[in-house]
Design a protein around this ligand. Structure first.
Ligand code: FAD
Ligand code: NAP
Length: 327
């Protein structure tokens, strides 16, 4: 028979938002359960150096996330390797179903499901995914030692991926649809100084091509965004780094979203339109999307969940006293 776990606070997601909520909810004696999802530790586990986490001049993303996990656990958070597949938000306590078959019953829920890499949606991109096309340089860069690589995008992720890939590749072409990068200045500076990286401005990817047996990338066709001229680039690897979209599958039909799917929260708050449901981190943040801002929102969500539970518990107690007196 399926197991049922009862908690005051269920935290869904194990990025900086989820683990910070875990620390605060544990210290509020709420005995939270945190379900990690398919990517324990979240997006930072897909990168190397993190240089803007306060207190660490430089820390490896996966190490930082292990430290956050250990911190939440040490405070008493019950961390479970499972994936939430659906949540019934229509009644309280909320009931969440999971991949393992366990049912989680919670008075309050903190949604911290973060964001996932976006894809261009080209059929050839889909065909070669995992066979030369990737969205994670840290995961797959090692396979391209001495090879030529193409990175698509112009944000922090694209620039960091391009820089990281120079550890392996003989050449990295950064293909961007404009001639201006939206990455931080310090990263742009490193990119421009790196002799292995060649930016290709005003171009977009139109096709990835390669062999069928074995399946593998041999190059890409890119198009000039102004002239339409097509250019061929020989490459064994293509890294798509065109941004991230909020992982809102659990809630997009029940909660209001905006700006491309980000969950709407009340001003200066993590409260959503459903009382007792809070959203934190990249799931709700279309603007900053940083580890530290996600952690900050995780803290807010836990404090708001604590207040919500205290208020609903005192309401219930008051109702019980009133009905007992009336009887
Ligand atoms: P995420 O880190 O996205 O974590 C989401 C969590 O939700 C995951 O654990 C996932 O498994 C879980 N989840 C999703 N769906 C479910 C489900 N159905 N059930 C259970 N769990 C679920 N920011 C910085 O400040 N500095 C950096 O140097 C930096 N470098 C970056 C490098 C890269 C390559 C990338 C991609 C991002 C980087 N960022 C950086 C951004 C930063 O990683 C994010 O802002 C931050 O991780 C968001 O935290 P989060 O907790 O909201 O969600
Ligand atoms: P991003 O900042 O949204 O940048 C996406 C890039 O991809 C943009 O340059 C965009 O071009 C381009 N792009 C989008 N759609 C495209 C398409 N269909 N075809 C071609 N190009 C396309 O995303 P990100 O770089 O993944 O960063 C996401 C968040 O994580 C940001 O907040 C970022 O600061 C954070 N992050 C931080 C760090 C760090 O602090 N070191 C590292 C990585 C990520 P345009 O510029 O023309 O729009």
């Amino acid at each position: 028979m399926a197991e049922t776990k009862r908690t005051k606070v269920l935290i869904i997601g194990s990025g900086p938002a989820g683990y910070t909520a875990g620390v605060y909810a544990s210290r509020a004696m709420l005995n939270p359960i945190l379900v990690q999802g398919i990517e324990p530790g979240g997006q930072l586990t897909t990168t190397t150096e993190v240089e803007n986490w306060p207190g660490d001049t430089e820390v490896q993303g996966p190490d930082l996330m292990i430290r956050m996990q250990d911190h939440a656990k040490a405070m008493g958070c019950d961390i479970i390797g499972d994936i939430i597949t659906s949540v019934d938000f229509s009644n309280r306590p909320f009931v969440a179903q999971s991949d393992s078959g366990t049912e989680y019953v919670a008075d309050a829920i903190i949604l911290a499901t973060g964001a996932r890499a976006k894809w261009l949606g080209l059929p050839s991109e889909e065909k070669f995914k995992g066979f030369g096309v990737s969205a994670c340089a840290t995961c797959d860069g090692f396979f391209y030692r001495g090879q030529e690589i193409v990175v698509i995008g112009g944000g922090n992720t694209a620039v960091e991926e391009a820089l990281f890939l120079t550890n392996f590749a003989s050449k990295v072409t950064l293909v961007h649809r404009r001639d201006e990068l939206r990455a931080e200045k310090i990263l742009i500076d490193r990119l421009m100084k790196n002799p292995k990286i060649e930016p290709l401005w005003f171009h977009e990817l139109v096709e990835v091509y390669g062999g069928d047996s074995p399946l593998g990338v041999e190059g890409v066709k890119v198009k000039h965004t102004k002239t339409g001229e097509l250019t061929d680039i020989q490459a064994k690897g293509v890294f798509v780094a065109i941004g991230h979209a909020p992982a809102n599958e659990l809630v997009r039909d029940v909660l209001e979203t905006h700006m491309g799917g980000y969950v709407v929260t009340k001003p200066d708050s993590t409260e959503t339109s459903i009382p007792g449901v809070f959203a934190a981190g990249d799931l709700t943040d279309y603007k900053y999307r940083q580890a530290v801002t996600s952690a900050g929102m995780g803290c807010m969500a836990a404090l708001e969940a604590e207040r919500f539970i205290a208020e609903t518990e005192s309401d219930t107690t008051a109702e019980t006293i009133i009905s007992a007196v009336a009887e």
